[in-house]
Design a protein around this ligand. Structure first.
Ligand code: SF4
Length: 353
């Protein structure tokens, strides 16, 4: 395999579309302390058996292999990652890998206030908090838990302990929170967080997705410009999923138009589940099992060659394919509930959204 003359490392792996292997989302647990209607609407699930969860040492080892082949950004996800005991020590271990330029985490914020300081001290760079509503009753209806006050405390703790670059991710849904876009932007200004509106996606299968519930990018921009006036795009060369915009007072916000304007062409993301399955796309129905070869103590060369050869044959473009189905009215439920019950990996909460 070709190597870089400066670093001596292999050139980053590229897939069949020339997309580099760069961003790795690492799920550390499939469990969550909320039951959001669009993600985990059932109270009980088939959970991944605990003995199959990757240990921190195994996660660090795999990250090292990935980073030698292109990965330089890591995002810790769940389920809810803060349910994994002693998460800060994993951050501390990952942080020692100097090839990883960015270690971020997505959380629902419920447990964040008590962990923020430890995470910051351990070397976590950035935090994204999911926040779909500012209204306690609405939060309770959506998540089946009454913990919005804890989420606010968590969000406020982020800046207090020293983090920069807070992001607030909102799944925008028609008839649910389309009347809160402006309050959310205003809240973001108060807590120094960049709000990103995500189009509701038809991932997984236990969700209640329908095209009518999607609030498209175009409508989000129209609603916001009615109130804020002119909105200008921020031009940047990035493979990040969010398109960013600037209000006339300088406030930046983002839209992730995964449903109406999929961005598969530049997608450099892949996902490692808490039990070591590696998925190359949010919509992938199968992945590569990395737990088994690790526990069988297969050689480093074997593991590397598996990772590289799988990425080099990648041609996933799940969101684009789902969009193409609209022409034939074929965009129904992605995976039926019986199949989801048989294989917990197919649920989005198992692969970190
Ligand atoms: S659908 Fe798959 S290929 Fe497309 S952006 Fe999402 S993860 Fe990447």
């Amino acid at each position: 395999m070709p190597t870089n003359a400066m670093s001596g490392l292999p050139e980053p792996a590229k897939d069949l579309w020339g997309r580099p292997l760069r961003s790795l989302r690492i799920s550390v647990t499939d469990r969550c302390n909320l039951r959001c209607q669009y993600c985990m609407p059932e109270e009980n699930y088939v959970w991944l058996p605990r003995e199959t969860l990757l240990t921190f040492k195994e996660i660090v080892f795999l990250t090292e292999l990935f980073s030698e082949h292109g990965v330089d950004r890591v995002r810790i996800t769940g389920g809810e990652p803060l349910l994994r005991k002693d998460l800060a020590s994993l951050i501390g271990m990952l942080q020692q890998n100097t090839r990883i330029q960015d270690i971020a985490m997505t959380t629902n914020g419920v447990l964040l206030a008590e962990h923020a300081q430890n995470l910051f001290d351990a070397g976590l760079h950035r935090i994204t908090v999911s926040l779909d509503t500012l209204k306690p009753e609405r939060f309770k209806a959506l998540t089946r838990r009454d913990t919005l006050a804890q989420v606010f405390e968590g969000i406020e703790s982020v800046g207090r302990v020293g983090f920069q670059g807070l992001k607030l991710d909102t799944v925008a849904m028609k008839g649910y929170n389309d009347d809160e876009l402006i309050p959310l932007i205003e809240y973001g200004k108060r807590v120094n967080g960049e709000v990103r509106f995500i189009e509701y996606m038809d991932v997984g299968g236990a969700n209640d997705w329908s095209a009518e519930k999607v609030l498209p990018r175009k409508q989000i921009l129209a609603l916001l410009s009615q109130y804020y006036g002119a909105i200008e795009p921020v031009h940047e060369n990035s493979s990040a999923p969010a398109q960013r915009f600037r209000l006339s007072d300088g406030t930046i916000f983002g839209i992730i138009p995964s449903t109406t304007m999929p961005f598969c062409a530049t997608c450099d993301r892949s996902r490692l589940t808490a039990d070591g399955m590696w998925y190359l796309c949010l919509y992938a129905k199968s992945g590569l099992d990395l737990l088994k070869p690790i526990r069988e103590r297969r050689s480093r060369e074997d593991l590397v060659s598996m990772i590289r050869s799988v990425w080099e044959t990648r041609k996933d473009r799940g969101a684009e394919e789902r969009k193409e189905l609209e022409a034939s009215n074929g965009r129904g439920q992605f995976i039926d509930i019986e199949r989801l019950r048989q294989d917990p990996h197919l649920e989005m909460h198992a692969r970190g959204g």
